[in-house]
Design a protein around this ligand. Structure first.
Ligand SMILES: Nc1ncnc2c1ncn2[C@@H]1O[C@H](COP(=O)(O)OP(=O)(O)OP(=O)(O)O)[C@@H](O)[C@H]1O
Length: 495
């Protein structure tokens, strides 16, 4: 807090015997500035930051910190509330106005709701009360890293990078797995072999197919996609191979099949595992002979298109069972690209979220942001429906949100259930940034209901903030409308 008397700062008590709940993911070379005049705390924080993969800068005064912020590309600041030579809150305000994406974590031994509120008003994204455990610092740094990634991506998307149809703008993702996939795509795009794209539903297989097409020499030619699982067998045949006039009732004029209509572009056969066996035989012949015979035609027609196929099914097992032709499998599987599930590349979640929010901003004109709590749950949730599920979650949240901040309350039920489950599994629920006089509810599973804990948390926070419901909603990480709805549910809307 401003104007506080100088007092010795307690050294963090590191709970070294206890493993951290989650390790901090590699922060992709991010720069962390640690500002604290207490050399023991500063040193300890630097060591932890370094072990978490950050590039470390350290300072013990406001002036020195300001100089570092001006000269270095700092991503995250761990800032003590009382530093000699000026006000930390003023520094926070100046730093955030010069670098709006800077993520600042305030540390203090004298936490009060008032100082937490003021820090948040000045743009701090998190709050750490001394003495804190190693585990807490790791978690706060992990959150800050995700917040920073999200802010940077949102800015990159807002400003546009001029690479509108490049691979990186089509396929969002910066994890090692996605970088490797991008390199493979760039390589296979240069050839004309068939490619088999494998991965769970919603991982982005069709997008990968488009990226292969866009990266190839015939990017300006057609990209025609067909979902083999969505068409009845007779339609697949006419869709893929075409027909001549009078080939069957209703064929009043000839129609090219997709393999011919794509010309020297690309045909993408989605859900290839659903292709009936007789169609597999015809497709194999088309691939081998590079020609097709439309239904009712006496002469074959040349095929120049490149074939890409995708499936989320286990094709080798289908080959074993005799439901997928082995020779077609080998033909399609000359090269395969495997798209990893989202849970194996969690660090792409903030990037993808920022990407979908930017799209919503263009549609609605609202500059949406995700609350830290929502971002944390999104990062930890397993996303069985992969990127598609994330995309839908964000679209839904924007559609029902009454303001620009998307909170847990706007996320789909499955994420709320996930949060409730993880909260139930743990022993402590912190209801607000860890400030001394904000209630931290210790929960024994089965004794107090989540609803009761939630009610206590809301009431305590409003009380501590002298009735400031808006700020209470912010501190609790829920929307204002949700807070009012909950108060109504408790029958105390006039509190
Ligand atoms: N890396 C990504 N970057 C941006 N958007 C993505 C990414 N991956 C997937 N998406 C989006 O997620 C949705 C699902 O992707 P897509 O249809 O390509 O998945 P799929 O693996 O083909 O799914 P299915 O197996 O169900 O056909 C699409 O809206 C797509 O644009």
């Amino acid at each position: 807090m401003r104007g506080q008397a100088s007092m010795p700062t307690p050294v963090p008590r590191w709970k070294t015997a206890q493993p951290a709940a989650r390790t901090v993911a590699p922060p992709n070379g991010m720069n962390l500035l640690v500002v604290d005049d207490d050399s023991a705390v500063r040193h300890a924080c630097c060591e932890i930051g370094k072990s978490a993969g950050f590039q470390i800068f350290a300072s013990g005064t406001i002036a020195e910190s300001e100089a570092i912020l001006n000269e270095q590309a700092i991503d995250i600041v761990l800032l003590d509330l009382r530093v000699p030579g000026g006000s930390s809150l003023d520094l926070l305000e100046r730093a955030r106005s010069a670098h709006p994406e800077l993520v600042v974590i305030l540390m203090t031994a004298f936490a009060t709701v008032a100082s937490a509120v003021e820090a948040m008003r000045n743009g701090a994204s998190d709050y750490l009360t001394k003495p804190f455990a190693l585990e807490e610092l790791m978690q706060v740094l992990d959150r800050a890293r995700r917040r920073r990634t999200f802010e940077l991506e949102a800015r990159r998307l807002r400003e546009g990078t001029g690479e509108s149809r490049s691979l990186s703008s089509l396929l969002i993702g910066n994890t090692a797995a996605m970088q490797q996939l991008s390199r493979m795509i760039t390589k296979v795009a240069q050839s004309s072999h068939p490619v088999l794209i494998l991965g769970e539903t919603g991982t982005g297989k069709e997008l990968v197919a488009r990226a292969v097409h866009e990266g190839g020499a015939h990017a300006d030619r057609p990209f025609l996609a067909v979902d083999c699982g969505a068409l009845v067998p007779s339609l697949i045949e006419s869709e893929l191979f075409g027909y001549v006039k009078g080939a069957f009732t209703g064929a009043d004029k000839a129609k090219d099949g997709l393999l011919v209509a794509a010309d020297d572009g690309t045909v993408f056969l989605d859900e290839i595992g659903d292709l009936p066996l007789d169609m597999q035989t015809r497709l194999l012949r088309a691939l081998q002979e590079k020609e097709v015979r439309p239904i009712g035609a006496s002469e074959p027609v040349a095929v120049h298109a490149r074939i890409l196929a995708a499936t989320n099914r286990d094709l080798p097992a289908m080959v074993e069972q005799g439901t997928f032709r082995k020779d077609l499998y080998f033909r399609l599987n000359v090269v395969n690209l495997r798209v990893p599930p989202l849970r194996q590349r969690r660090d792409d979640i903030p990037l993808l979220a920022a990407h979908f929010l930017e799209r919503m901003r263009r549609e609605d004109g609202v500059d949406y942001v995700v609350s830290d709590e929502a971002l944390r749950v999104m990062h930890e949730y397993d996303w069985p429906g992969n990127v598609r599920e994330l995309e839908h979650a964000i679209e839904r949240a924007c559609a029902i949100s009454s303001g620009p901040v998307l909170t847990m309350a706007e996320l789909p039920t499955q994420l709320q259930e996930y949060r409730a489950q993880t909260a139930r599994g743990g022993s402590v629920i912190a209801v607000a940034p860890a400030a001394e006089n904000v209630t931290v509810v210790h929960q024994s599973p089965g004794i107090v209901s989540i609803a009761e804990l939630e009610k206590q948390a809301i009431l305590n926070t409003i009380q501590q903030l002298n009735g400031d419901k808006l700020m209470a909603a912010r501190l609790l990480g829920i929307g204002k409308t949700t807070l009012y709805r909950k108060l109504k549910e408790y029958g105390i809307e006039h509190i």
